[in-house]
Design a binder for this molecule. Structure first.
Ligand code: PLP
Length: 364
């Protein structure tokens, strides 16, 4: 049976990449060792991490005055590292349009109880279960603030920001975990971008940080591991980095480049998600909770049937036919199709057929 993996993360990876990793698994580039067995200070690994960085710079058009870091601790550790390194003595704004953005804000509030900075909730759509991207009045922003934190793609709720808000020149810090390399952004429009790798890049365990050099702290942060300056000065090799994950990320970057880069990925993703949105919008049976088309994510598409009982049945029948991990997040309910870069178009077409059959069977 063909399996289509709709998981929101860790998520589907390109088959070609997995095969390449398999072929090199026992003997990487004639070393007689697996990548996992290489010293992180060896020449072969140095080549891997350097070309991973180079490829990411090419794919995202990262300007020279930005550092690229490969860290650990997931996107969630960035929720603390960001205020710790960037916000001390300042205000820091949080635009909260989803559960992950709320976590970032909550973490900042927690830190501000012991450290001198002021996290401010700039806008939130929590009152309506994060079903839209909230707007805010830019004139309320203090231009001296450290940053405005946003989440470019709300993985759980299925919304996204494609046109960046006016922040009165205050640097935007963006959690791009679920649409990095899947939608086009200009890196120069951000002060910092970060992402856990497990959605669009590679296996869990690698966290990408792209940070403008002038924002890197000059005074030491509380701990070396949480200090961007130390991580940057040591080129992500302050301690042992997640070597195998970085290698997998490099293979994914090569693959995305070979397919035509982020422009091509963004186009394919719009096409894939467009098929599903169109079908849902035309159907009286299925619903998408995000009503404003401009707010809709091309990466994560939540949808429901007319009842929680039918949702449950949908997930069961889908699973038995190879559509796995399609159950929605418990906070939203229903289903969620995560259509990341590596998710094939055929999988969307097969899902649409399944959805039609399910509606025919249960819709009357
Ligand atoms: C998955 C996700 C996270 C959490 O990432 P971890 O690497 O598990 O810490 C944070 N933000 C967004 C937008 C996500 O999708």
């Amino acid at each position: 049976m063909v399996v289509y993996n709709f998981s929101a993360g860790p998520a589907v990876l390109p088959k070609e990449v997995l095969k390449k990793a398999q072929a090199e698994f026992l003997d990487y580039a004639g070393t007689g060792m697996s990548v996992m067995e290489l010293s992180h200070r060896s020449k072969p690994f140095e080549d891997i991490i350097q070309s991973a960085e180079q490829l990411l710079r090419e794919l995202m058009g990262i300007p020279d005055n930005y550092k690229v870091l490969f860290l650990q601790g997931g996107a969630s550790t960035q929720f603390s590292m960001i205020p710790l390194n960037l916000a001390l003595g300042k205000k820091a704004y949080y635009h909260v349009a989803g559960s992950w953005g709320k976590k970032a804000y909550t973490e900042a509030v927690l830190l501000s109880k012991t450290l001198p900075f002021e996290p401010i909730l700039l806008a939130s759509s929590e009152d309506s279960n994060f079903d839209h991207i909230p707007s805010f009045d830019a004139s309320s922003i203090d231009p001296q603030a450290a940053y405005v934190h946003i989440t470019t793609n709300n993985t759980i709720e299925g919304t996204a920001i494609y046109d960046l808000p006016d922040t009165k020149g205050v640097p935007i810090v963006a959690d791009m975990s679920s649409n990095i390399l899947a939608a086009q952004y200009r890196v120069a429009d951000f002060g910092m971008i970060y992402a856990g790798a497990q959605k669009n890049i590679g296996p869990a365990g690698v966290t990408i940080v792209i940070i403008r050099e002038d924002l890197i702290n000059t005074t030491p942060a509380l701990s070396s591991m949480l200090d961007y300056k130390i991580q940057a000065d040591n080129e992500s090799l302050y301690n042992t980095p997640p070597t195998f994950g970085i290698y997998m990320a490099k293979l994914v970057f090569e693959h995305v480049k070979s397919l035509g880069g982020v422009v091509k990925m963004a186009e394919l993703n719009r096409h894939k998600s467009g098929l599903l949105y169109d079908y849902i919008d035309r159907s009286a049976f299925y619903q998408n909770p995000v009503k404003n088309p401009a707010d809709r994510s091309v990466a994560n598409i939540p949808f429901t049937t007319p009842s929680p009982e039918l949702d449950k049945l949908f997930c069961q029948e889908a699973e038995s036919q190879g559509f796995v991990n399609i159950k929605g997040h418990r906070s939203v309910g229903g289903m969620r199709a995560s259509l990341y870069n590596a998710f094939p178009l055929e999988g969307v077409e097969a899902l649409l057929n399944f959805m039609k059959e399910f509606e025919d069977k249960h819709g009357h």
